[in-house]
Each structure stands twice: as structure tokens, then as C-alpha cells.
Unconditional design. Structure first.
Length: 225
């Protein structure tokens, strides 16, 4: 445990004695071009570390509000031959889908017209993202002893599929420093990312993950020391 604290302390001290270290919380819409779901709402939490008065490093965690109970129609199950005459020859089994998404991102912010911890400033920089999508397909209940799917049996209940993606992009924003006694600031930023799939188990590229993605984030930054 002591070794971990020493490493963490050394990491923080490597950024020098500039202004302060900051925690950021916020959220906003996330828009993907050409996807089935045009917009998502995100919650964002970040750590900002100053490298100088004009340059910082930002680490963000983004949680996408889940999409639940997406209706995917029905699958047709057939009566097994040995049960002929003991029920309907075919039945419809409802299918629903839920999507959960989480991402970690890293980038630098370069400030213009003012410094990281003073007044109104414009900033811009890079953004690198690694994200995960959990696609949950739920098949309605049916009698698995009497009915089957011609293309292969599928058990009722939830089936989980995970996909991973990588994104690179740019960010531009405005920062307004609140009165000194508040030790905080408001931020508004626009992000643009180009995404590629690392592993697409659930076939989400082009449906829930867009090659080109934009986000608008409103945040509140607390300068902790």
C-alpha cells in the first residue's frame, strides 16, 4: 500500500507546483452520425492535472445513460415433432434489447487568452478514447421442452455481448473561472471523435457506435489544491 501511495504522490508531483489539481463533473448530449440511435445523454467525471499555466492533462470517465427495453420483434419457435397435436405448431417469442456503454478518455488541453486557473479562457486539444458496449438481448419465456428454433436452440433469458472501440479526436471549449473563494470553474466543450471497432461481438458499429461522433459537455470544475 505504501508503494502505491509513493508512486501516486510522485506522479502528481511530476506536474509541478502549478495552480491546482481539479475534479470535473458534468454531462450533455452525445450524437452519432448515421446510427439507429441519434442521441445519447452522458455523465462525465474527470481529473485535470496542470503541466503549466497554459497546458493541462485531462483524464475522463464517461457513462452513457442506458437504453432499455428496445423492442426487437419476435422470433418464431416451432413445435417439436414428438409433441404434434399438443400445442400450437408455432409460437412467437418476444425479443428485447438493452444497451449500456462506458468509456475512458485521455487528452491534453491548451489554453488561450487566459490561463488554466484565471478568468475566461478558450482551450483546445486532443482526445483519445477506449470504450465498451454491453449489448443485452433478452428472449421471452417459452417451453424449451416442446418448442425449438429451426436455426438453433436459444435459451430464454438474458444473453450478454460485449464490444470494444477506440476513438481519436479533438476538443474545443470555454472555461470561466468563478470567484476565487469558490475555487471552481464552469466549462463548456465540443468534442469530435472518429471511432473504430477493436472487437465487435454485438455488431454495434453503424447502429449504436458511429464512425463519426460529436459531444457537447457542460461541466463544473472544483480546484482541490
Amino acid at each position: 500500500m505504501n508503494k502505491i501511495l509513493i508512486i501516486l504522490t510522485s506522479f502528481l508531483l511530476s506536474f509541478g507546483g502549478y495552480a491546482q489539481y481539479s475534479l470535473i463533473a458534468g454531462g450533455g448530449p452525445d450524437l452519432g452520425l448515421g446510427t439507429a440511435i441519434k442521441g445519447r445523454t452522458t455523465l462525465n467525471f474527470g481529473l485535470e492535472l496542470p503541466e503549466s499555466e497554459w497546458h493541462t492533462m485531462r483524464i475522463n470517465a464517461t457513462y452513457f445513460m442506458p437504453l432499455t427495453d428496445i423492442q426487437r420483434g419476435n422470433m418464431v419457435a416451432e413445435l417439436r415433432p414428438e409433441f404434434t397435436g399438443q400445442g400450437n405448431s408455432v409460437i412467437s417469442v418476444p425479443v428485447t434489447e438493452s444497451i449500456r456503454q462506458f468509456a475512458l478518455s485521455y487528452g491534453r488541453r491548451n489554453f488561450a487568452f487566459n490561463t488554466y486557473d484565471d478568468g475566461l479562457a478558450f482551450y483546445f486539444g486532443s482526445n483519445t478514447t477506449l470504450g465498451m458496449i454491453s449489448d443485452i438481448i433478452e428472449l421471452g419465456e417459452y417451453d424449451t421442452e416442446k418448442y425449438y428454433f429451426p436455426n438453433g436452440d436459444v435459451d430464454p433469458g438474458k444473453h450478454y455481448f460485449r464490444s470494444f472501440y477506440f476513438g481519436i479526436g479533438m476538443v474545443a471549449g470555454l472555461k470561466y473561472q468563478l470567484p476565487a473563494e469558490w475555487r471552481s470553474a464552469l466549462t463548456l466543450e465540443l468534442l469530435g471523435d472518429y471511432n473504430i471497432m477493436i472487437y465487435d461481438r454485438a455488431n454495434v458499429y453503424g447502429t449504436y457506435i458511429s464512425p463519426l461522433n460529436f459531444g457537447l459537455k457542460l461541466g463544473y470544475r472544483v480546484d482541490i489544491f
